[in-house]
Design a binder for this molecule. Sequence first.
Ligand code: ZN
Length: 75
Amino acid sequence: MRAYGDTDTEKRLIRINVKKSKKSGNRGEVLNTIIHETEHAKHPRLGERQTYKRTARLEKRLSRRKKQKYYNLIK
Ligand SMILES: [Zn+2]
């Protein structure tokens, strides 16, 4: 997988490149990727720029519990 993550809207599958995300940073990077790809899945018609904006906004508002929930999605 080249990217940090990708989304297959047909299969409803989000893949996160944990190795790559971990390498370049920390859990925050992984979290950002999860939210980003989740936003793609929820709003497949939004472009990359809008998805980045939404992700930044959502990440700021996220509680610790919610963040933990996202981490738990990683298998
Ligand atoms: Zn994207």
